[in-house]
Design a protein around this ligand. Sequence first.
Ligand code: FAD
Length: 407
Amino acid sequence: MSDQSSPAIRFSSATREEALGRVDGFAHSMGSVYARSRNDDLGPEDRHNVSCLSPYVRHRLVLEEELVARALADHGPQRAEKFIQEVVWRTYWKGWLEQRPSVWADYTVSRSAVWDNVIQNKPLLAHYDKAIQGGTGIACFDFWANELVATNYLHNHARMWFASIWIFTLKLPWELGADFFLRHLIDGDAASNTLSWRWVGGLHTAGKTYLARADNIEQCTGGRFSPKPGDLADVALPLGEVDHPARTPIPHLLPVEKGLKTGLLITADDCTPENILDGLDVASVAALPLADTRSELDTARAVTEFEHAALTDALSRNRGEMLKQPADVLDWAKRNGLQQIVSPAIPVGWSRDAMASVIAELNDEGIVWREIRRSWDDAIWPHATAGFFKVKKQIPRVLEDFFDVKS
Ligand SMILES: Cc1cc2nc3c(=O)[nH]c(=O)nc-3n(C[C@H](O)[C@H](O)[C@H](O)COP(=O)(O)OP(=O)(O)OC[C@H]3O[C@@H](n4cnc5c(N)ncnc54)[C@H](O)[C@@H]3O)c2cc1C
């Protein structure tokens, strides 16, 4: 259970039990407290106004629909509206990226190119190093850089301010800021992270960038920081045209085949697979850690340790073995004589990148690969075609379908 005496910011225990305990602990604040004060970043020792549940939700140790169900039960659809909308932002970003996978692919290509350029340019490299080491002289920014490295979490508003200062004041490449986040955030997520950085830089919504303002930082940090005139950029011009690739269909998943000797493969994208198996007879279970493929640079130890613990917890509920690397999947399948492997759907991002060659190898060996998508994603992703507004409009219908609640 959650240790309520410790600051919510410590993510020591990556288990479903801990996640559910934290949901219990935050439930009373999912209504008016959250609606009123969610934008305030009161510092790492006071997170009473936000849930700090993202590390657990991102690994699906607790599910989006479970958070929404709890908010509805304790506060009703009106008072829980803001909290529910924020939870649905995660699903929106995932659904959007799922229909434009090349945005992730392009990001990884340009991240490599930008990095190659930075390491050959000594002044730029020194500028980048100062930013990630909290040595820019902009007190709030330096604090958040250090907070990220020390706690592996940042408040949403701090993420927005940080990204804005990185891009518009420090004029560093956004791809490397996004990479710094991915390597250190326990909740690091290909969709939420890449698309939020793009949104701040004006690459997601035409005509919109996010400019960090001194008065807003002072007000929403309770006066912890008061940037001086001239500390922060006062204009934020878009980094480029909003030029989204054409949408591709959400991948059609074939049904699981009956009568085959079947293995379950768990990745950190969904650590509660047992509730989507629908009575499937599973002969063998394995978990595959992938967090160290988030970036070409090193992923923070706290991130890989959280992932390992989350997968260990999933294995404790599903009895299986931990694999070390993608290449081990085929060996596990062969050792156990598996004819089919099922997995919760693998989202666009480093997980799908890492699994692509594994799936090809399995196919070559005649082993059937099947993914199972959650009905929550099935219900929301088709609406994630443009801005969040289209998805927001669907929330009442989703609440009615899933929870029989009328808003
Ligand atoms: C530049 C930038 C990068 C980000 N990178 C990530 C990332 O890598 N991984 C990630 O999970 N989130 C990311 N976010 C979104 C958001 O900041 C975090 O999900 C949120 O701060 C998590 O804290 P919490 O659990 O206390 O949120 P709460 O405010 O308590 O919200 C409850 C839940 O709603 C969801 N949520 C809330 N706000 C958002 C949002 N803006 N986008 C998506 N989901 C949201 C999360 O699942 C969260 O746990 C990023 C935002 C920005 C601006």
